[in-house]
Design a protein around this ligand. Structure first.
Ligand SMILES: Cc1cc2nc3c(=O)[nH]c(=O)nc-3n(C[C@H](O)[C@H](O)[C@H](O)COP(=O)(O)OP(=O)(O)OC[C@H]3O[C@@H](n4cnc5c(N)ncnc54)[C@H](O)[C@@H]3O)c2cc1C
Length: 593
């Protein structure tokens, strides 16, 4: 089939999300004569309130939203037969323009664990500093102060964050620190900072801070609403990209294919879902998968689409006192205080590690994982606990009606290094249509439910001691048997700090596990499907991000992360972008700033 050849560029990016914007923006600044094209399935984000105003973040996840893709996983018995939904960004700037702006960074040792030349933490820390402007506190040695990405408290803090810290440092007996994002500290209560510009109150995303700032550069092009089908090769050398209009973001556009040529490089940067599927459509992947889709194999890389990883999130709401400040009005669409426009409702947290007593109280199914992975690594947290100052129902339980108007607070906790892993591949249905074959792997390994179970109990103990606690939202908690000491109900106030912990029976534990398998969901931290590791170890790209077996083709986004990271993933996506820009500049002999 022949396609019209539109044009030629030096570099073409397949996908224009977080990492692509960092790489393209940096390269355009390093060498303004480079002809760069970004092909992005979603639409432009420039100055659109839904993307720049923090309080509107959740609107991107409304059921009718076209700014995210709702990736639907296969149903699994480990989550009670549910087909989980994992949103990912679909717009210029990708996840960075729709995410929840929670600022966390992985321990430096996570990057050393990757074991990849040039990606050791000592090489990456200068890049972490280069990318950020830490507005919270001056003179912190691991933070940056001149970078494009602003980090602040978001201004006004919601009422419950101090209560969470107060109970954490007394009842939960952990210390407090102003900053636990120094790449080392964990198990310490702290404020939670945000990817929000403290001066303008706007979201700090990759599109506005790397690409739209280069608007004067006529060699940097962004074509939105363009879905990349595959990479075009000549003798295993990537020379171009075939694309159509994206049917979701441009439903009325002509769907015929076009080709654009890349004289120097194609960078696949379509995220943990888009990147492996573009490679597979281009003939790069496992033989059996390509064969079932009728695609001729160009390179046998069985690692493509494998080892999908995420974090596991539970959202458990509580009733809260009438007099506190929440962001409840935002979710109801009520008129809100001007200061709340720059909020995301998350103001404190702990990156938690269990102590001996807590470990003893958990099911022994977690012990081998603790010993093998966590015990001797004091900088690795097992989960993040954070209070959210409004009602938040799990993705799996859409409520038919808005909950009664009153104040709520939600315990959000997510586990950081689950053992379970999944996969992302293409498949073709009987009617010849392509669909994604996506296994999340959620809770496949028995050790993973243990931490979620204990997280429910521990966050409940913390929440029921917070001054604003007024009981549980029973419909969104486990349905404990009648007479259980754990039964959920409305309360007139908190229990005393030294009140005894709730005692759960074996039957209660089963109910909690069933509940968690019903509600566990993604925090949208998908990664790992085009891993940067040796080819023999099912790797897809080498240390310089080159796809094995072909030339002029790199992958740069969260899909290259060879292992999970102990943090929300925007920080790592930005970091991969900064490192990729340097690698490409070096390949091209361009000096970097
Ligand atoms: C709803 C949500 C909330 C999150 N909250 C937080 C948070 O609070 N804090 C945090 O640190 N992290 C958060 N994250 C995670 C973080 O934003 C992501 O890890 C990060 O943005 C991923 O960057 P990426 O470059 O790998 O992929 P993306 O930013 O997803 O970019 C991939 C881009 O490729 C495009 N694409 C895909 N396929 C194609 C194709 N075939 N053709 C053309 N384009 C294609 C997509 O439209 C997308 O724009 C959140 C993510 C989401 C989705």
């Amino acid at each position: 089939m022949s396609h019209p050849i539109l044009s030629e560029f030096d570099i073409v990016f397949a996908g224009g999300g977080t990492t692509a914007c960092v790489v393209a923006g940096r390269l355009a600044a390093y060498d303004p004569s480079l002809r760069i094209l970004i092909l992005e399935a979603g639409q432009h984000t420039l100055n659109k309130p839904i993307h720049v105003q923090p309080s509107q973040a959740l609107l991107n996840q409304a059921p009718t939203s076209t700014t995210v893709t709702f990736n639907i996983g296969n149903s699994s018995p480990h989550i009670n037969g549910r087909a989980p939904i994992v949103p990912s960004g679909r717009c210029v700037g990708g996840g960075s323009c729709v995410n929840f702006m929670v600022y966390t960074r992985a321990p430096a040792s996570d990057y050393d664990d990757w074991g990849v030349d040039g990606w050791e933490s000592e090489n990456l820390i200068p890049l972490m500093k280069k990318l950020e402007k830490y507005e919270v506190q001056p003179d912190c040695p691991t933070h940056g102060y001149d970078g494009p990405i602003k980090v602040s408290s978001g201004g006004r803090r919601t009422g419950i964050s101090n209560e969470f810290i107060q109970v954490g440092t007394t009842y939960h007996k952990r210390h407090y620190a102003d900053d636990t994002e120094d790449l080392e500290t964990c198990n310490t209560y702290s404020p939670s900072q945000k990817y929000i510009d403290g001066i303008t109150g706007r979201r700090s995303d990759a599109a506005h801070h790397y690409v739209y700032t280069q608007a004067h550069n006529l060699n940097l092009h962004v074509w939105d609403g363009k879905r990349v089908k595959r990479i075009i090769f000549e003798d295993k050398r990537a020379v171009g990209v075939e694309f159509t209009s994206d049917p979701a973001s441009c439903p009325d556009a002509n769907q015929s294919s076009s080709i654009v040529r890349a004289s120097k490089l194609v960078v696949v940067s379509a995220g943990a879902f888009g990147s492996p599927t573009i490679l597979e459509r281009s003939g790069i992947g496992a033989e059996a998968i390509l064969k079932r889709c009728g695609i001729d194999q160009l390179v046998n890389l069985p690692g493509v689409g494998e080892k999908y990883r995420d974090h596991y999130l539970a959202l458990v709401p509580y009733l809260a006192a009438d007099e506190i400040i929440t962001t409840e009005a935002l979710s109801r669409g009520d008129s809100i205080l001007q200061e709340s426009l720059t909020q995301n409702g998350i103001d404190s947290k702990i990156k938690w590690r269990p102590d001996d007593e807590e470990l003893k109280a958990m099911s022994p199914a977690f012990q081998p994982r603790w010993k093998e992975f966590f015990q001797d690594r004091p900088d690795k947290a097992v989960a993040v606990f954070t209070p959210f100052a409004q009602y938040f129902s799990p993705l799996s339980r859409p409520r038919s009606s808005i909950p009664p108007t009153r104040n709520y607070m939600t315990a959000c906790y997510y586990t950081l290094y689950p053992v379970s892993a999944g996969s992302v591949h293409i498949n073709v249905t009987e009617d010849g249509k392509e669909r994604m074959d996506f296994n999340t792997g959620f809770l496949d390994d028995p050790s993973d439910i243990v931490l979620l179970n204990f997280g429910y109990k521990k966050t409940r103990e913390i929440f029921r001691r917070m001054a604003s606690y007024r009981g549980e939202v029973a419909a969104d908690h486990p349905d404990f048997p009648e007479g259980s000491a754990a039964a959920c109900r409305e309360a007139s106030g908190p229990v005393e700090l030294d009140a005894p912990d709730i005692i759960y029976t074996a039957e209660d534990d089963e109910v909690i596990d069933r509940f968690l398998r019903d509600i566990v969901q993604t925090p949208s931290h998908s990664l790992g499907t085009c891993a940067m590791k040796p080819e023999a170890d099912h790797g897809v790209v080498d240390a310089r991000l080159n796809v094995y077996g072909v030339s002029n083709l790199k992958v740069a986004d969260m899909s290259i992360s060879p292992l999970n990271v102990g943090a929300n993933t925007y920080s790592t996506a930005l970091l991969i972008g900064e490192r990729a820009a340097i690698i490409i500049a070096e390949d091209f002999g361009i000096g970097c700033i």
